[in-house]
Design a protein around this ligand. Structure first.
Ligand SMILES: [Zn+2]
Length: 226
């Protein structure tokens, strides 16, 4: 009742379609949730993202949950997540991703590692959006989130002050791994918001594949079709 009154005074809007939300709807209206453009990639080895990445990296798993549509719902929610300070929306998006990934493998032992963003961007945004997606995935599917495993740096940054096992970088990548030895033997799944050219994830997979992991994979919320 009190929520109905509050909704009347301060209407809440769906981040997907901008229609007014009903009192029992959160962040996304039911229509948007039902109509999200599902890729149905699941864990299929034939999905285009897996095929593309597997041609370059030794990975066991890759999937994206929704097609990224220009001016569509997925673009709207990603925009809100990145630029309108909506951390709860990020967690929700992670749980929606989880629904698409459920049952295709076991996740109890998975270490979810979000793609890092530049520290300056993180300061402005207030969070790393991929970390929120990872938290939503972890909440629904299990495993653990290692938000600080990777860092994003300028390529020229000096790496000489740390031992190689502590900070592992590749010349082709702007990413570094903190405490790399802790990841040995782990089932790692990289989490990113959207797969476009694959350059970001490829850079990370380059670095990660040098570690002795049990398995390596990646998931994204959106997938862009060219
Ligand atoms: Zn909507």
């Amino acid at each position: 009742m009190i929520n109905d009154v509050l909704d009347f005074i301060y209407p809440r809007y769906c981040f997907g379609c901008r229609n007014v939300l009903l009192s029992d709807e959160k962040k996304l209206c039911l229509t948007c949730r039902l109509n999200l453009p599902r890729t149905r990639f699941g864990g299929r080895a034939t999905n285009p993202m897996f095929r593309f990445l597997r041609s370059q990296h030794a990975i066991q798993f890759a999937s994206a949950s929704f097609f990224f549509e220009k001016n569509g719902c997925t673009q709207q929610v990603l925009h809100a997540l990145k630029y309108h300070h909506q951390p709860q929306l990020g967690i929700l998006m992670g749980t929606l991703m989880a629904q698409e990934l459920e049952g295709i493998r076991k996740y109890d032992e998975v270490t979810w590692i979000p793609v890092p963003i530049h520290p300056q961007k993180r300061r402005i945004r207030g969070y790393n959006q991929s970390e929120l997606l990872a938290r939503g995935l972890c909440r629904e599917l299990g495993g653990k989130v290692l938000g600080s495993a990777l860092n994003c740096m300028a390529q020229s940054q000096s790496q000489t002050h740390k031992h190689r096992s502590e900070r592992w970088t590749s010349n082709q990548s702007r990413f570094g791994i903190e405490h790399a030895t802790d990841l040995i033997g782990q089932q790692v799944i990289i989490v990113d918001d959207v797969f476009t050219t694959g350059a970001t994830i490829s850079g990370l997979l380059n670095v990660m594949s040098e570690l002795e992991l049990d398995s390596l994979g990646c998931v994204t919320f959106g997938y862009t079709i060219y």
